[in-house]
Write a protein that binds this ligand. Sequence first.
Ligand code: DGL
Length: 260
Amino acid sequence: MNIGVFDSGLGGLTVVKTMLEYLSGANIYYVADTANAPYGEKPKEQILDFSIKITDYLISQHNIDALVVACNTATSAAINDLREKYPNLIIVGTEPGLRPAISHSHTKEVGVLATPATLNGEKYITLRDELSNEFNTYIHEQACHGLVQQIELGELESNKTMDMLEIWLKPMRDAGVDTIVLGCTHYPLISDSIKKIMGQNISLVETSKPILKRLMQLLSEKNISSSGENRLSLFTTGKIEPSMIEKIFDKKITIEKIVL
Ligand code: DGL
């Protein structure tokens, strides 16, 4: 069972971590496209182009059965085209967990942290409008310019990161937001910093478990199964902070540089 996963950088590893916990016998091939990160401030066409190059690489070099787009931004920009271009490939995307957040919120004040590209996505906007009306919930959106770069540098709690978060989160705290959607796969890596500002009772909604559930469902529909140890291979198109990989997996894992 060969599974390709990609993101602009480290973020998708938060999804891989969950995959490793629940899958067995999977060969996971992960591409961190750091040469082109961050995706969230780039035009849709460019993100689509990156996504196609990575998918072609994963198919031709690693013969993948399934692709997990472990990036909200790339999902929003490219998933429809990817599904059209690779009709035989299982493709699972990542979308901000608006529905679970809205049903969980007691104050009916929900925050969404995401990249500008994700917040401008058509599908996201339609769902947001529908759900906020239906459940009478106020959505506080924040496009987090520069946050992915801070996380890539390993600056999870630096003064600069905390200052950025304080500016974005203060209005949410003042409005009584009790649930925040982490609409970018990088953001679970700064959950502790968000809690420091919002208080320990804040609920943070991330999406790695729903992604895994969907992947397992699609694999079983196609009768693709395996057993034994999982194997993880990491690839990057540019620079990456090795200490962050070690922090995520609690061990050193080598990462190979590739050119797409
Ligand atoms: N992890 C990506 C996401 O989920 C980050 C996008 C970026 O590189 O800006 O949106």
